[in-house]
Design a protein around this ligand. Structure first.
Ligand code: ATR
Length: 285
C-alpha cells in the first residue's frame, strides 16, 4: 500500500543533535507507507540551546509525537507536564506525546526496547531468574535498570570505571541495585543470568569491556547496546564462549515499536523488514 500526505496527516518526528544519521525516519516512514497511513515522520535538529523553545512551539499542535535522542533525553523529561513511571525511573525520555490541550507527556521506550530485543533474540529468557550485571553507569545503564527492575530482576549489579557513578545510580534505585568494584567482576559474573554492555566501549570497532564472559553460567545471555559494528568484539567473545547474544540494533528497532503506536495510534504493520533496512543503512548488508 502507498500513502499520501494530505492536510489531515498525522505528523511525528525525531529530535536530536546531530540527527542526520538517525535510522528512525527510515523505519517509521516504511511502516507508515506499508500501513497506508496519512502520516509522516520527520527529523529535527534544533540548536542544542534551543531545544526547550523548539518543543514549546510544538505544544500548539504541530506534531502528535516526537522521539527524542542524544543529547536531549534528560531535558525532554524535565520539560514534560506528566511522565510515565519508566521515564521517571530512567531519568530520561525518548518519547514526547502532545495532547490537544497543549500538554506534553514523557515516556521511555528504550527499556521496553531492551526487553523486546531479549525476547526476540534470546527467547524464553526469564529476567526474574538470576542477577543482572550491567557494565556502565550512564544514561543507557539507567534506562536498562529501570526496565529490568519493573520486569522483575532480582538483583542488578552495576560495574563502572568510575565507581562513584555506579554508587550514585545504585543509591537512586534502592536495595535491589548494587554498585561493585571492577575487581569483583569474576564473582559477579559467576551466577549472572544477563550481562549487558551499557558503556560506549566497542563503538566503532574497539575492544569492548574487559569482562571474561567464559565465567558466566552456560545459560547466560549477553547484550551489547553498541550496534556499530553490529557484531562487536564483546558479542564475538560471548559467542565464542557459547552464550546467547542480543545485539544493540535489535534494541533500537524494538524501541521504535511502542513509539510508533503512541504517535500514530496503530501497531506497525507486519511484513516490513526494518532490520534489513537498518543493516543497509549501517553498511552491514
Ligand atoms: P550513555 O548515555 O550512552 O550511557 P554516558 O552517560 O556518557 O553515555 O555513559 C558512558 C558510559 O561508558 C559510562 O559508564 C562510562 O564510564 P565512566 O562513568 O567511568 O565515564 C563508560 N565508558 C566510556 N568510555 C569508557 C572507557 N574507555 N573505559 C571504561 N568505561 C568507559
Amino acid at each position: 500500500m502507498s500513502s499520501t500526505i494530505t492536510g489531515a496527516a498525522v505528523v511525528g518526528g525525531v529530535c536530536g543533535q546531530p540527527i542526520r544519521h538517525s535510522m528512525s525516519p527510515v523505519i517509521h516512514n516504511a511502516w507508515i507507507q506499508a500501513a497506508g497511513l496519512d502520516a509522516a515522520y520527520v527529523p529535527f535538529a534544533p540548536a542544542a540551546e534551543r531545544f526547550e523553545t523548539f518543543v514549546e512551539g510544538l505544544r500548539g499542535g504541530a506534531v502528535r509525537g516526537l522521539n527524542v535522542t542524544i543529547p536531549f533525553k534528560e531535558r525532554a523529561l524535565a520539560l514534560a507536564d506528566t511522565a510515565s513511571d519508566l521515564a521517571k525511573m530512567a531519568g530520561a525520555a525518548n518519547l514526547l506525546i502532545f495532547a490537544e490541550d497543549g500538554s506534553v507527556h514523557a515516556d521511555n521506550t528504550d527499556g521496553p526496547g531492551l526487553l523486546g530485543a531479549i525476547a526476540a533474540q534470546a527467547s524464553g529468557f526469564e529476567v526474574s531468574a538470576a542477577p543482572v550485571v550491567i557494565l556502565g553507569a550512564g544514561g543507557a545503564a539507567r534506562g536498562a535498570v529501570a526496565a529490568l527492575l519493573l520486569a522483575g530482576a532480582p538483583e542488578i549489579r552495576i560495574v563502572n570505571r568510575t565507581l562513584a557513578r555506579a554508587e550514585d545510580l545504585a543509591e537512586a534505585f534502592g536495595a535491589k541495585v548494587v554498585a561493585a568494584e571492577e575487581a569483583t567482576l569474576p564473582r559477579l559474573l559467576a551466577d549472572a543470568g544477563l550481562v549487558i554492555n551499557a558503556t560506549s566501549l566497542g563503538l566503532g570497532g574497539g575492544e569492548g569491556p574487559a569482562a571474561d564472559l567464559t565465567l558466566t553460567p552456560a545459560a547466560a545471555v549477553v547484550v551489547d547496546m553498541v550496534y556499530k559494528p553490529l557484531r562487536t568484539e564483546f558479542l564475538r567473545r560471548a559467542e565464542a564462549a557459547g552464550r546467547r547474544t542480543v545485539d544493540g540494533l535489535e534494541m533500537l528497532l524494538r524501541q521504535a515499536v511502542p513509539s510508533f503506536e503512541a504517535i500514530y495510534g496503530v501497531a506497525p504493520p507486519a511484513g516490513v523488514d526494518v532490520r534489513a533496512m537498518a543493516l543497509k543503512l549501517l553498511g552491514e548488508a
